[in-house]
Write a protein that binds this ligand. Sequence first.
Ligand SMILES: Nc1ncnc2c1ncn2[C@@H]1O[C@H](COP(=O)(O)OP(=O)(O)O)[C@@H](O)[C@H]1O
Ligand SMILES: N[C@@H](CCOP(=O)(O)O)C(=O)O
Length: 330
Amino acid sequence: MGVNANTNAANRKVYVKVPASTANLGPGFDTLGMALDLYEWIEMGFAEQTKIHLFGDQVEGIATDKTNLIYKVAQLVFEKAGVQHPELEIAMYSDIPLTRGLGSSAAAIVGGLAAANALIGSPLSDDTLFQLATELEDHPDNVGASLFGGLVVAFWDGQRAEYIRVEPDERLEVLVAIPHFQLATEKARHVLPREQSLTNAVFNVGHSSVLVAALCTGRLDMIPRAMKDALHQPYRAALVPGLAKILAEATDHGALGVALSGAGPTMLALVDRSSSRKAELEQFLLDTLATEQIEATLLWLNPDRGGVQVLTHFDAGCTLIENIKGDVRG
Ligand SMILES: Nc1ncnc2c1ncn2[C@@H]1O[C@H](COP(=O)(O)OP(=O)(O)O)[C@@H](O)[C@H]1O
Ligand SMILES: N[C@@H](CCOP(=O)(O)O)C(=O)O
C-alpha cells in the first residue's frame, strides 16, 4: 500500500480504491479469496461535524450517520493508534453490488481501515489491518483479497489470521452472473449445518488443496475436477435457483470451474481467456437462470492484483465523483 502521509494538515484528505472479491472459490470455504477488478472509492478527511456522502447505484440503504460501517472501522483504527478524531467527512462511490457475494462489506471494511490509517500517517501495519478486518468480517477470505489483491489463501483460528498471497495465472478470466436479488451473508450462513461429516471434511480438504496447488502451478486442466465443494454450496443451492444446474453443467459449456461467489447469490466461472466458448457459457448461464425466472447481469472481470490502494493523484479541488470520472476511469 503506497501512502502519501502528511499527518499535521487538519484539512488533509486521503483517497483509497478497494477491489471487490470472491470468497471460497468452491471448496475453500472461509479460506480462499480472489480480488476482482470491480471497485469502491473512499475519500476521508477530518471535519468539524461528521458528514457522509454516497455516490453511485450501489449505495441504497447504506447509513449516512455514525452507524456507517466505514465511519465505525475508521474509529477502530484511531482507537488502536491512540488518537481521537470523532468527526470525519467521508465520501464513497462504489461499483460493487451490495449483498450479492462480491465482498461489498469486506471492501467497505478494508477501504475504511486503509483510509483511516493513511489519514493519520499509517501507524498500523498491513498485518494489523488484516487482523482487524478479519475480526470484523468474521472470515479472512474476502478481506485478505481486498487488502492484498490476487489470490489469498488464509485461515483464522479466532486469535490470529494467517495468509499467503498467490499471483493469479495470467490466463484466468472471470465471468460472474449477478442475480437481481439480494442475499445477506448472515442469512446464507444460517442455512449451513453446525456439524459436518468426516467424509465432507476430507472431500473439501482434498479438493481445496488440489485447487490451490493447481492455481499455484498453472495446472488449469485440474480446475474442473478440483473446484467442487461439499460444505456450503449444497445447502445454499436452495437459496439460489439455478445454482445446482450451473454447478453441475457449466464445465460442459466452456467454464474451467464454477462456484457460488462468497455466500451468493452471484455465481462465478473461471474461464481460460483464450477460450472460444465464452458466448456459449454466457448463453448457458442466462438460459438456466431464465428457466428459474431469475434476472441476472453478466460481467466479465479480471483478477485484481494490487489490493487496496491509497491514491496520491486525486485533485483536492474536485469532488470524489469528479475525480473518479476524470482520473481513474478515464
Ligand atoms: N460501502 C459501504 N458502506 C457501508 N456499509 C456497507 C458498504 N458496503 C457494504 N456495506 C454493508 O455490508 C452489507 C452487505 O454485506 P454482506 O451481506 O456480507 O454482502 P456482500 O459482502 O456479499 O456484499 C450491506 O448491506 C451494508 O450493510
Ligand atoms: N466465506 C464466506 C464469504 C462471504 O462472502 P460474501 O462476499 O458473500 O460476503 C461465506 O461463504 O459465508
